[in-house]
Ligand binder design. Structure first.
Ligand code: NAD
Length: 487
């Protein structure tokens, strides 16, 4: 795959199992669409439950030798994968823009972010340290060693097709686990391209397997029921996460869950409003709002609500909407027509119950699943749009009168992934950051993602963390060895 050629032309489109690219056992294929034009871009193999089992077999066959591979050698494969991803940044970004509809700038940002997980976990591979201690009673030593959890099934969403894959594959491989990746059926090409690059980086056969599937339910079920599977790491909606947790319960699988969000974006009257609007544009509009940490509800103190909202509306109105493949466009299409229509329904209902569209307010007419960047004012406190994950370029604004009320409203949700706080009073910002129910808080910042930081949620936004040192620990298990070497 060259950085300059149209990437799709050279991409393998089969299942990647045990180091071989192969067709699905029943010959099924998935059509991959460009959401900007509704045209078919390519088709890829659609794995069956038998293929899912074969992939777990391959991961199990490679597990012992991979776990025994020196951490430094595992890290070097990740490091080479990082370098290859960066060398192919243009081609990968084009692929993400094509199949995911992401703007070119966001797609390039995602490739860098995704590759950085490999660089980070190449470095973390050598840090899976255990410890030794004297037992309090003095009768023995307590040795705690960290061992790979084992064969891991990794399931990823379409909204960050590269980064969600590397955020799981990186720590799994660093920890000594072999994996089967099941990417979203909307964006399988990016995952196949990453596996292709990892093959070139020297990942041994069976260490990384990829099964694309049009009907994920039975394939994932077959993989979770396989006796060799030890872990499930899932990123996607809370609804599917809940279902998979139930399935995983049968075998008491180790689970990490990165689920949906409903991030509040709090602006206090003492904030730098210009900076808050800049931050709001990033927190809301990265990936056209199709992000789990996207600001979903803007809570603004009454005294500055009008100023903040009108400036936000100006900035949203100025955004260029169009296919991600044109580098001038800032907002690409929604992933599917259904996703666009769901957003349209939420916005219509909100307007129907009294909200005002200060800019945008509906889908863009014509080809592709585009939605106009939208700011909704006069949103009532009980509007359902505030309780749902919008997953699109829509910013509802509500006001608050006190810090107490801001925290109460921010926490009035079953989700708890990200939150954002803007205030010129750092003590207040940190106080609110501590009180808000979220796994991650941006203080006077709209951009928080970093491979070196622990990413994850509380409440129904998930279990566990990805990235940081914590991300490595998700793929390691402590074993306690009791020993008395003075006996
Ligand atoms: P989704 O839950 O529909 O799908 C996620 C993955 O699960 C895909 O690979 C899909 O094919 C698979 N899947 C769907 N149904 C399944 C089933 N019955 N059994 C097994 N697998 C199944 O989510 P999506 O629409 O792809 O992604 C959007 C969601 O992901 C949003 O809710 C977003 O907040 C969330 N997300 C969370 C994070 C995070 O880190 N917390 C990051 C990105 C996206």
């Amino acid at each position: 795959m060259s950085s300059h050629a149209l990437p799709i032309a050279d991409l393998p489109t089969g299942l990647y199992i045990g180091g071989q690219w192969r067709d699905a056992s029943d010959g099924e294929r998935i059509e991959v669409l460009d959401p900007a034009t509704d045209e078919v871009l390519a088709d890829v193999a659609s794995g069956s439950p038998d293929d899912g089992r074969a992939a777990v077999d391959a991961a199990a066959a490679a597990a012992d030798s991979w776990a025994a591979t020196p951490p430094r050698a595992r890290g070097e494969i990740l490091r080479r994968s990082y370098e290859l991803m960066i060398a192919h940044r243009d081609a990968l970004a084009e692929l993400i823009a094509l199949e995911g509809g992401k703007s070119r700038r966001d797609a390039e940002g995602e490739v860098t972010y995704a590759a950085e997980f490999y660089r980070w976990f190449a470095e973390e591979a050598v840090r899976g340290a255990g410890h030794v201690q004297h037992a309090p009673g003095g009768d023995k030593r307590i040795l705690t060693v960290l061992q790979p959890v084992g064969v891991s099934v990794l399931i990823t969403p379409w909204n960050f097709p590269a980064a969600m894959a590397t955020r799981k594959i990186g720590p799994a491989l660093a920890a000594g686990c072999t994996v089967v990746l099941k990417p979203a059926s909307e964006t399988p090409l990016t995952a196949l391209a990453i596996a292709h690059l990892m093959e070139q980086a020297g990942a041994p056969a069976g260490v990384v397997n990829v099964v694309t599937a049009r009907h994920p339910g039975p394939v994932v079920e077959a993989m979770l029921e396989h006796p060799a599977t030890r872990k499930l790491s899932f990123t996607g909606s809370t609804e599917v996460g809940r279902l998979l947790l139930r399935q995983a319960a049968d075998k008491v699988l180790n689970c990490s869950m990165e689920l949906g969000g409903n991030a509040p974006f709090l602006v206090f009257a003492d904030a730098d409003i210009e900076a808050a609007v800049d931050g709001a544009m990033v927190a809301k509009m990265r990936n056209a709002g199709e992000s789990c940490i996207a600001a979903n509800r803007f809570l603004v103190e009454e005294a500055v609500a009008e100023e903040f909202t009108s400036r936000l509306a100006e900035r949203m109105a100025a955004l260029k909407v169009g296919p991600g493949t044109d580098p001038d466009n800032e907002v690409g299409p929604m992933i599917t027509a259904t996703a666009r229509d769901d957003i349209a329904q939420m916005v219509e209902a909100s307007i129907g119950s009294g909200a005002k569209a200060l800019v945008g307010g509906g889908p863009r007419q014509g080809v592709g699943s585009f939605f106009e960047p939208t700011v909704l004012g006069d949103v009532s406190a009980d509007d359902p749009i505030l309780t749902q994950e919008i997953f699109g370029p829509v910013a509802p604004v509500v006001t608050f009168a006190s810090e107490e009320e801001a925290v109460r409203v921010a926490n009035d949700t079953p989700f708890g992934l990200a939150a954002y706080v803007y205030s010129g009073d750092l003590a207040r910002a940190l106080r609110v950051a501590e009180r808000v129910d979220a796994g991650m808080v941006g203080v006077n910042r709209g951009f928080i993602s970093d491979p070196a930081a622990p990413f994850g949620g509380v409440k129904q936004s998930g279990l566990g963390r990805e990235g940081g040192h914590e991300g490595l620990l998700e793929f390691l298990e402590a074993k306690y060895i009791a020993v008395d070497w003075e006996a």
